[in-house]
Structures are given as C-alpha cells and as structure tokens.
Write a new protein. Structure first.
Lengths: 161, 778
C-alpha cells in the first residue's frame, strides 16, 4: 500500500509517497540520492546504513520508511556542508580513522549520538557503543583515538562559546 | 637514510575529505537513464545436472527486460560462455550443470529490483542431483566424483603460463619443490615431528559488496563501471569472453569499499556485460551480503608437515599442502604455486620436499584473500616450529633466529634473498612483548601466555605496472595509473613518490582513477605489489618528465643537466637554489606558451627466472620478500576455553616507509582483521550447503575484539630497486597472527591447537584431552 509521509530530513521538511514495503535505506538512496547511506548486510548487523532518528542511531536497512513519518532523520550529508567539517569528521581525518571508508558515515553518526548521550565516555563505553559498526579494514585503534580527539574538539568548542 | 622531502612524511590521506563526508564515488552511486536492475537465481544443489528451465512466465512479467540462462549465452555469437584467470572453467551462467550451492543459473534484468526478484519466482527449473565432493582430501582420491571433466588453461597471465590442461582429476594444479635428500634426513633424524594443520574457508566481507554497471555508449562501445581490484584484467577478460576488440571496451573503477582480494579478476562483469549486450540498456548488479558469501572465499587449506631434527637443528621438512579451491579454480593455481613454494618457512633447511595441490570441490570458489594463501601455510609451519622448540626445551625465539635466512642466503627455491629483515622482525616482536622477562607464576583458572610467530611472503613475479605522469604548466601533475584505491592509501603513496621526484608537494599531484581508456596496464591491485611496482612506474615516469625540464634549464643556464635538481616547484643548480627556473618559466622557454603539458610513460616489469617444474628451483622466484612477525599475549580461561588476546604486536619489513603512519595502519589493520579470522571466522559447509552465510551468523572482528594493547612496528630494510627503497605493506600484518596466538595458548596452558578458528570449544577439548578427560561432545 502507498501512503504519503512527512518527515524532517537533514533539517528540511520532506513529503513523499512511499510503499509500505520501502525501507528507509531505499528511500534515502533511491529517492533522495543520499549516497552516504550504504547497504552492506541488509540485516542490521554492520552499521554501514546508520542514520540518526531523533538523534539516535538506527539501521536504515531494517527500518520501514513509513515508520520515519513525523521524525527527524539525519544522514552524513546533513552533518556538514562539505566546506567546514564537523569536529568528528575533522578528528576522523587527523587520526586517519578511515581506509576504504565505506563504514565511515555510519561510524561518524554513531559517534555523534554517543557523545551527545555521554560527553565523557570511558574506553569500554566507546567500545560497547560502537560494537554494532563494523570496519573490515579494522582501523579500530585509529577510530578509538578519533573518538577521543572529537570529544576534545567538541569540549573546546563549547568552552569557546 | 637519504634525505627526502616528501617520502617518509606521514602526509594526510588525499581521499580523506570525500570519504569523511560520504561523497566518495562508488559504483553503487552511479545511475544511468533507463538503468535496469538484476536479480539472479542460484543453484540450491552443490552438484546437479540441469534438466529443464522454463522461463516463459518470468519473461511475460511486466517490467522484465530479459531472462537469461547459460544456454542463451552459449548461443550468443562469438561468446565464450566460460571465463577464469587460470582456467576458463567458470560459466557466466550455469551450462548444463551446477557445481556449487549459489552457482548462478538464471539472471533477470528488469526496470527495478523488486520486479527482477518477482520474475525469479516464476522461473521453473528441474535438476538431477549428482554425487558431490566436499572434502579436499576426498577430492584427490582417484574414485572421487569429478567436478570438471576437463581443464582448459586461460593463458591470461605470464606467471601462469605453465598451468597445463588436465583431465580426469580434481587436482587442477600441482607444484613440486625438491631440495637435498629428505628420506635420508628423516632416516638419520634424532626426532621427527609430524602434524596436520587446517585453516577454514572464510569470507572477505568487504563492507561494499561486489557491484558492476555496464552499458553501451553512443559508439556502441562497452562501458563498465565496476568495484574491481583489477580493471586491466577485466578488460582483457571481457575482450576474450565476448570477442570484442579491446579499444571498444572501457573499464572504470572509482573508490572501492574494501577488497582484500575478493574483487580481483572477473566476478560480476561477464554476466552484467551479457545482460547489457542483450538489452542494449544500462544494467547494474549489486550483490546482497548473502550472495557475496556464495561468490568467493578464502581457501580452506590442509597442510601435512613433517620435520626432522638432528643435533637440535631442522635438517629436513616435508610439506603436503592441499588447497580447496571450490567449484572453479579462480586464482587457486597461482596461490598453490606462489604460497606453496614458501611452505617450509624462511629458514636454512638442507632438505626440503613440497607438494602443493590445488583441488576442485563442490563448494563456493576460493580465490585471493589478503596474504594470498601465505597465512594458511605459515599457520602450519610456524605452529610446528614453535612446538618443536618447546618440545626440545629451546627458547622459541632463539630457535627461529638461529636458522632464519640472512641477506645473501638461499631460500628453499634456490633464490638468494635480499632486503630480508626477518631476524629484525623477530627481535622487534620479542622486544615489544618483553620476551626476555620471565613469565609470572600463575595459579587459578585464568592463565596467561606469550607467543611469537614469524614468516615470509614473496611478491607475485613477474607482473607489470605502467604509468603516465603529465606535468602541467603551473607545476602541478596528473598521474595516470590503474592502481585501485581500496583503502590502502595508494593515491597518497603515489602522490608522495611523484612529488618527491618532481620536487613539489603531494597536494599538487592528482591521481587519475583507473580508466582503461586512459590509464596504462597494471596486473592487479593486490599482493602488496603496488607501492613497489606502480611506485616505480610513477617514479620513472616523473623522472623522465624531470629530465625534459632539466634539458631546457641546462641549455638556458649553460650547466650540465646532471648538476640540476628539483625542489620547491623549481629546477635549480644543486647547492645554488637561486640559480634555476620555475616550471612556468621552463614551459615558456620550451613551448613559448603556458597552455601545454609535458608527459612521460614508464613501465615497471620485474622478471622471474625459469622455475624447474620438478624441483621448484629458480635463480629468481620473486622480486622481493615481506618478512613478518607477530607477538601476542593471551589469557586462557581454563573453565570456559575462552581466549582473550591482551596484547598484539604486528611487525613487518616494508622497505622504506613512504608514509610511515599508513604503513603502520596497514600492518595493524591486517593484524586485527586476522585476529577475527584466527578466533572465530569460518564459513561452515554441510554437504556443500553454506549454513552461516549472513552477517547475523558470520562474525567479523568489531572494535570490542581489539586487544587493550596493540601496536604496529615498521621495520625498514630498504630494497635497492624499490622506489626510494620501498616494498609494500598491505598483507604483512596478516601473515603471522594465527600462529602467534596459538603459540601463546600453548605457553599459557600447554595445549596445541591445530585447527582454525581457535574457538572456546576447541580449547576446552584440547584441555580435556591433556587432562585425560574423554570429551563426550566428540
């Protein structure tokens, strides 16, 4: 069945007609061409399609698009304009927390949610939170360092304000 | 070390911004007007004859453009329905029979993916199941069911020219090495160690599954965008398979979301090409993760290894290595050869006998996997070397150091080794884990132990890399190279090499992504070969450009070209920086304008000497070596069998590190990836059926699996012919992880694990056996 839904997508209002069977991943990629959202497992096991729904990480591959109605969705495209990187992205570049980087959008969004929930996570809390995001290049040491660096950058920015 | 300005600097990744913003181009982001989507019906049987396919209902479904079978492809004029890099044994779609579960049988191209899936439901197929063979040791027996009746060599690669047509056997390739008199050495031995080690099939799990897009352009030329590690080969293979002249095929590769060997040679390209040719429309096929598991695997390997000890030294080693290559040979013969000849280890052993067999079974095809088979053979030889040291009561580090080859000594193949930092790697690994400190005495159910492992890989030789460097009038450069950026940082490495040669900064170099219309031939992006081969090609091409610049400056300033050097975007007299010219000034002098470019091409083509087919002896079997060592500390819970890796140090001799941080990252990433392969990764087949082919059932290492202490250690033994002394780094960290952990487990609890992965069940069973308890679970 088709239905019209309304949502906030990357801080803009969006209205569209979706099929009940459409996943959020299909809609974000096929309709909105948001290529940072990537299908890699199809079963919510790898984190590559992570987007934030009202600030919380969800797997777009398993979430029906209809369920996003009335909610706020953030994809990596909505995090920065490309000219100025978000502090988490800056940390990712500086700590070289990316190789093939297919996993990067999902990681960056998960880390954003993590640091908003918990400004001072322990190493164990970081590991626990990011366990659902897989990096097959296994740049996990760099990723852990990048989370720390991002945390410092965000704190500094807050102090500066 | 020489004084470099860009080489040796850990400059930031050139691809960082597009990747961290999610804008990096991947094949999955490319759309064409009217593009069709693909779904494929796959065999549910491991071995069966196809009796009947009725696709009429599927063809009648609205939105379906074509329903294709192997029989249809066989009827296409001038098309070879089979492809493959060693043997042309793999059908584009099954012809007459299926050889493994997941073998593609029928493909549908339709307006959208759901229609294609719906159409598959309407296809009717009758199969007659055939007896299958699933175990590599069963498959080599004379009365075993045959996977293929005949073997047809592909002749695509120079190093595989010796692969022979064969028939009436599942063994598609055998490598032999014979040195000294092994029988005599065993007869005279004080002690003989005889063991069997196994390493299971596994999947690469690149986060981006395979994806290919093909279409005919306005000249009806075949255009292919594909997630491939070997664009040049894909073009060659498509030309051979479809009978299309090479200039009418264009293959392009954007950024890859990981490869690890999975995306080598041809995978989806022949099928997607067939669909595009039939429909005359753009066609894209993206594998699901489940299909990825049915497409390519890491070789399961069984190694029988027997070692003779006389007066405390290894006097002979006999290795029988069985490579389970699955239903299609893929690159198995190359692996059986290149890895086979290293399977006695990097040691001085006077008598060596190696038989390495590449064997068909009715399972998912096996191909290249980060390390190219070497991790599997090191798993056997280093584990056994450690067992021998402990059995003889000799320090395991000393036991390896003593016979380890030095520069100028001969490998088992008779090749003299150079740039061979194996001893340094072992010493660094021992130092990192504080090997010389005594192990603390332990009681209770959690026991700690330390292990060291060492091994070596040889680079694929011969192989070829070509490159073109184009210098612009503003002193920036464009580089045409077919090396694929799949995460290893090749764009950054190549930029640094070109920048160093031209005296500019790395940010003033752009690397053009692989495009067979413009980028020269490259054998493959794999096997840790790009930094050396492509690095040499881009360096030589840049040097040729520089020579042209120097010629102009020499004439203008009336100095000898040899007295000139490049730096800060200028060519100047060595030692007299103010006496020189900018690139712009040189262009004006040479061309009278700034609108032009200076270009040069270069090729790096190391050769190998003939290898005797009976003895495996060769004056030069490889261009260079990758010595590797790993040190691990583990804690074994004797009640649960759970092993926790507490420390992991990955040491690799990379030659000169062009970008030290990126070399470290390669070593450590490979090591952590292989930690997962060591501890839990295994594709489980039951009678040819894969039972854990999804990421819900097949676990790979997550950030939680990373040990508390991890550190990569780069050993730099420069190679005299490498670009600025560099070799490579992509696989070295992968090579020695598994035995280091198994060796640490023996150190902790005195049991030896011979089968990967090292699951808690295996450890518990070994502990029970050691304690004389019969394990009722079998």
């Amino acid at each position: 069945m088709k239905r019209e839904i309304h949502l906030r997508l990357n801080e803009q209002d969006a209205s569209l007609v979706v099929d009940d069977a459409d996943t959020l991943l299909e809609v974000l990629r096929d309709r909105f061409k948001l290529w940072s959202v990537r299908e890699a497992c199809g079963v919510s096991a790898c984190g590559s399609c992570t987007v934030l729904l009202d600030g919380k990480p969800v797997s777009a591959c398993l979430l029906l698009a209809a369920r996003a109605a009335g909610h706020e969705i953030l994809t990596l495209e909505g995090l920065s304009d490309g000219d100025t990187l978000h502090p988490i992205q800056q940390a990712w570049v500086e700590e070289r927390a990316l190789q093939c980087a297919y996993c990067t959008p999902g990681f960056v969004l998960s880390v954003k949610a993590l640091l908003e929930e918990n400004a001072d996570p322990s190493d164990d809390e970081i590991r626990e939170y990011l366990a659902g995001n897989l990096c097959r290049c296994a740049g996990y040491a760099e990723i852990l360092r990048a989370v720390r660096a991002a945390q410092e950058k965000i704190k500094l920015a807050a102090t500066a304000r | 070390m020489a004084n470099f300005s860009v080489v040796g600097q850990s400059v930031y990744r050139k691809d960082a911004n597009p990747k961290v913003t999610g804008r990096a181009l991947h094949v999955g982001n490319i759309e064409m007007p009217g593009m069709l989507q693909v779904a494929v019906l796959r065999s549910p049987y491991p071995h069966a004859r196809i009796l009947r396919i009725d696709k009429s209902k599927a063809e009648a479904l609205a939105g379906v453009a074509v329903v294709l079978t192997g029989a249809d492809i066989s009827k296409m004029a001038g098309v070879d329905p089979h492809f493959g890099p060693a043997f042309r044994d793999q059908p584009i779609l099954a012809v007459e029979k299926v050889c493994h579960v997941g073998d593609p049988v029928v493909a549908v191209a339709a307006a959208d993916h759901r229609t294609a899936e719906d159409a598959l439901q309407l296809v009717e197929i009758d199969y007659e199941p055939l007896p299958g063979v699933f175990d590599v040791l069963e498959a080599v027996k004379k009365d075993s069911p045959l996977v293929h009746e005949q073997h047809r060599p592909a002749k695509a690669f120079a190093d595989l020219a010796h692969v022979k047509a064969g028939e009436q056997s599942n063994i598609c390739y055998q490598f032999k090495l014979r040195v000294g008199d092994v029988d005599k050495a065993f007869a005279e031995a004080d002690r003989i160690f005889d063991d069997i080690f196994t390493s299971p099939p596994a999947q690469h799990v690149p986060m981006e599954p395979h994806v290919t897009l093909a279409y005919l352009d306005e000249h009806d030329r075949l255009n292919v965008w594909t997630a491939s590690q070997s664009p040049s080969y894909v073009r060659t293979e498509l030309a051979a398979t479809f009978g299309i002249p090479m200039h009418r095929i264009r293959v392009r590769v954007p950024y890859l979301g990981g490869g690890y060997g999975a995306k080598l040679y041809a995978k989806l390209e022949p099928l997607v090409t067939a669909l595009a040719l039939r429909t005359k429309k753009p066609v894209r096929y993206a594998l699901t993760r489940e299909e990825e598991f049915l497409t390519i695997t890491k070789h399961k390997v069984v190694t029988k290894i027997k070692t003779a000890i006389k007066n405390g030294a290894i006097t002979a080693r006999k290795c029988e290595v069985y490579w389970d290559t699955g239903a299609y040979a893929e690159i198995g013969p190359r692996i059986g050869h290149k890895s086979g000849y290293t399977s006695a280890g990097p040691y001085k052993i006077p008598n060596v006998w190696i038989d390495s067999y590449c064997v068909y079974t009715n399972k998912v095809p096996a191909g290249a996997f980060r390390g190219f088979g070497v991790p599997q053979v090191i798993w056997a030889y280093d584990s056994q070397t450690d067992m021998i040291a402990r059995a003889l009561g000799v320090d395991p580090v000393e036991f390896r150091l003593q016979p380890a080859l030095d520069e100028g000594e001969k490998f088992a193949t008779g090749t003299v080794v150079r740039s061979f930092g194996i001893k340094e790697a072992i010493r660094q690994a021992a130092q990192a884990i504080e090997w010389s400190k005594p192990k603390p005495s332990q009681n209770g159910t959690r026991r700690r132990g330390r292990g060291i492992a060492a091994g070596v890989k040889a680079v694929l030789t011969p192989s070829i890399s070509g490159a073109i460097v184009i210098l612009n009038a503003d002193g920036t450069a464009n580089v045409l190279s077919s090396t694929v950026e799949m995460g290893q940082g090749s764009e950054t490495t190549m930029s640094q090499i070109v920048a160093e040669e031209l005296g500019i900064t790395a940010d003033r170099v752009h690397i053009v992504q692989p495009d067979t219309d413009v980028t020269p031939y490259d054998t493959i992006t794999a096997g840790s070969r790009s930094t050396y081969h492509m690095g040499n090609a881009v360096r030589l091409a840049a040097a040729k450009v520089k020579a042209q610049l120097c010629e102009v400056v020499a004439a203008k300033l009336e100095v000898a070209p040899d007295d000139l050097t490049a730096g800060k975007g200028r060519i100047y007299v060595r030692g007299l920086e103010e006496r020189g010219m900018t690139v712009g000034e040189i262009f004006l002098a040479k061309f009278g304008s700034l609108g032009t470019t200076l270009a040069a091409e270069a090729v790096c083509q190391p050769t190998a000497a003939h290898m005797d087919p009976e003895t495996g002896q060769s004056e030069k079997c490889t261009e260079y070596w990758f010595p590797s060592a790993t040190a691990a500390e583990v804690e074994v819970d004797t009640e649960t069998g759970r092993v926790k890796v507490l420390q992991l140090y990955s040491v690799g001799d990379t030659g000169t590190a062009i970008n030290p941080r990126h070399c470290e990252q390669q070593l450590q990433g490979a090591a952590l990836m292989h930690l997962g392969l060591t501890m839990f990764e295994e594709m489980i087949f039951e009678e040819g059926q894969l039972i854990n082919g999804s990421l819900l059932d097949y676990q790979v290492a997550s950030i939680k699996d990373m040990p508390q202490l991890v550190r990569p250690i780069v050993v730099q033994v420069p190679h005299e012919d490498g670009p600025f002394g560099a070799k490579g780094a992509g696989e070295t960290g992968a090579l020695t992880v598994a035995p280091a952990i198994a060796n640490a487990i023996e150190d902790a609890v005195g049991v030896r694990i011979r089968d990967l992965p090292i699951t808690p069940e295996r450890v518990l069973r070994a502990l029970a056996e050691k304690n004389g308890v019969t394990d009722s679970r079998g």
